[in-house]
Write a protein that binds this ligand. Sequence first.
Ligand SMILES: *Cc1c(COP(=O)(O)O)cnc(C)c1O
Length: 419
Amino acid sequence: MNPDISLFDLIRSAEPVFWQNPELSPIPNFSLTESDVTDAESRLRRFAPWIAQCFPETQAACGIIESPLTPIPQMAEPLAKKFGKPIRGNLWLKRDDSLPVSGSVKARGGIYAVLKHTEDLLFHENLLTSDGDYRTISQDSIKSFLHRKKLAVGSTGNLGLSIGIIGAALGYQTSVYISREARQWKKDLLRAKGVRVVESEQNYEAAVAAGRAESEADPDSYFIDDERSVDLYIGYAVAARRLQTQLKEAGIPVDSDHPLNVYLPCGVGGGPGGITFGLKLIFGSNVRCYFAEPTQAPCMLLAIATGKGSRVSAQDYGLSGITAADGLAVTRASELVWREMRTNLDGCFTVRDEDLFAYLRMLNENCGIRIEPSACAGFAGLQYIAKETEPNTTHIIWSTGGGMVPQEEMKNYLQLADF
Ligand SMILES: *Cc1c(COP(=O)(O)O)cnc(C)c1O
């Protein structure tokens, strides 16, 4: 039997699958380069004094938006019990749920894309120079200039939060085109910041298209295009440099005897794709990156496994795209990210909603850490990979969001769990 036929049958019936990429290149080959990441890292450093001034929670880190890397050995036993097999290697959680400013991985790429655009505008108007004091951005003359400019974005929620919060801080008029799965509290929070929230009963892809069309008709509006933006992707990639430092500080080697496995929840692909790009530039094939997607929305798995990129959607396989993992409710992958991941990503797997809630509660009960359903998707990967791997493998579950979830909402999530 052709194994791929059964793979697509399983995908169609929304069964969890694990897929290893047969096209994986032994040497990473990306179209973007090291210097693109260095450029982004420098830009974030230039903005750091302004960020520290506007967001007091970043002051201790001097305006660098970063999250801790936390050991979670307590998870090994309950996970092994759930999977019915032991977990080998060490478990770590990359806490992007606790990223300052907007509490999700979108505080990386989303904020970076807005800062990049802002620099472009201010340099062009001679209102700022790269060696100047970026704290002047908060002065009235610059703020009133930016207030005449508009930002727009399509989002399932978290990207909208990041763009809305940073956009409001800079003075922009911001519109967020939000898709059907967006949680009410995210819309309320955005409106409280003065952001225009355009609601729709449609999915993420349609929300992005609506935002793009309206923004393109307005010369003062800049559209942050999650399906196409190189800036978003590069902004996420900076995470890899920061992780490299944290691994060193924690005394964790990464080499051919000490492989690093990273499990990344994937929506349209920019976040996990950018991080994978950054990590592979640093660690080559000693890092293995796996994307986690909902069984109802495995867009990147389909894009790569069929070779059709953004020409294929989860709907083509009879899937709804409806999932409790709102951050991952995307049925068509980014063409840009698909191209970059095609021969560089190690594999993909899919996760059922009920399992997300099981991991959510398990993490709360064993580690006292509360994250949102999307952010739990990476845990599922351990059942496919951990058994065969060397005992000295480091596993990093990338926890992509949850820092801003209201307590009431979190209580509901915890009650949905059953394991
Ligand atoms: C957006 C998001 C992701 C995935 O990022 P993409 O760039 O859409 O692939 C993962 N987890 C959470 C919580 C998110 O909000």
